[in-house]
Design a binder for this molecule. Structure first.
Ligand code: XMP
Length: 320
């Protein structure tokens, strides 16, 4: 007789037994896994938990504010927010190589996280939202041939360096179970049901071009419109991930009696169960036309919108 409420009670007991009177640090990303891990650990040990959220300037519209309002204001969790956009954008300046972008962001992320951890006097434990599929993946990849196509960042290495033990209360759960647990813990649906978002954020949605504030602003505006239309059409939960990609290509257009020479924006939406394979989402044409119209009218700098009909394989979900 297995229910999420029973799992929650057991997990809380285990966390208390493991942690005792120790202090726990947890990195929030804005994603589901770290949010659920933090809410669970907080229910278990309250103010022995401190969360750290690093805003690398590559988040979507309103994401940082949502993390603050949910964790600090509603859950009363001790939360350190570090605004580090200048640091990250300076480090990324002029960079076009996707793997260098990822490594730059990943390394800086760990540095900044460690800095904040030291500022608050360190901790005995690091809580992470590691899921069962992550456990399997890291076991089967360990020591084997390099089969990861894109390097993913996490705070690997940090627990040893700072002498912290890991607390991983979600290690037995799959994604849909983590979502149920999040609901059980009272996290808002907008956080629990949200699409996955990559650690390097919008930096990898500007393929083959340097990251600039101007282009990030275009991506954010287009993304809001696209996701708003998806939600209005009742399609959000049927889609694994949907996002906009700004291409490093300008095309000619007409607007009023003038010619425009602006960027092309690609829309991506896929269905998947774990992200290892994916199918493009079959939007109807009226929907696509509506979104394209809104983006071209409302987002300065974009005059052409295309829809990506590539599945995975052979494509990947992200463009770089
Ligand atoms: P791909 O593009 O490899 O993406 O088909 C599979 C899933 O992984 C996400 N993704 C990343 N997540 N760091 C992350 O944390 C990354 O560098 C990264 N690259 C891709 C992608 O959004 C999809 O969910």
């Amino acid at each position: 007789d297995w229910t999420m409420a029973a799992f929650k009670d057991q997990a809380i007991a285990r966390i208390r037994a493991q942690v005792g009177g120790g202090r726990v640090l947890c990195g929030l990303s804005g994603g589901v896994d770290s949010a659920v891990a933090a809410a669970l650990v907080h229910e278990a040990i309250g103010d022995q938990l401190v969360c750290v959220y690093v805003d690398h300037g590559l988040m979507r519209q309103g994401e940082t504010e949502q993390v603050e309002s949910v964790f600090r204001d509603r859950f009363n969790i001790q939360l350190v927010v570090r605004h580090a956009d200048d640091l990250f954008l300076d480090a990324l300046e002029g960079e076009t190589d996707p793997e260098v972008k990822r490594k730059t962001i990943g390394k800086l992320f760990i540095d900044v996280f460690e800095e904040e951890a030291k500022k608050i006097g360190g901790a005995d434990f690091l809580a992470q939202g590691t899921l069962y599929p992550d456990v399997i993946e890291s076991v089967s990849f360990a020591g084997g041939p390099s089969v990861t196509i894109k390097s993913h960042h996490n705070v690997g290495g940090l627990p040893e360096r700072m002498n912290m033990k890991l607390v991983e209360p979600l290690r037995e759960l799959f994604k849909d179970e983590v979502r149920d647990l999040g609901r059980e813990l009272g996290l808002p649906e907008s956080m629990v049901g949200r699409h996955p978002f990559p650690g390097p954020g919008l930096a990898i949605r500007l393929p083959d071009q340097p990251v600039t504030r101007e282009k990030l602003a275009i991506l954010r505006k287009a993304d809001v419109i696209y996701l708003e239309e998806i939600a209005n059409a009742g399609l959000y939960d049927a889609i694994w991930q949907a996002f906009a990609v700004l291409l490093p290509v300008r095309s000619v257009g007409v607007m009023g009696d003038g010619r425009t020479h602006d960027y092309v924006l690609a829309l991506r939406a896929v269905t998947a169960t774990d992200g290892m394979t994916a199918d493009y989402f079959p939007f109807d044409h009226a929907f696509l036309g509506r979104v394209a119209n809104r983006i071209i009218n409302e987002v300065k700098g974009v005059n052409r919108v295309v829809y990506d009909v590539t599945s995975k394989p052979p494509g990947t979900i992200e463009w770089e």
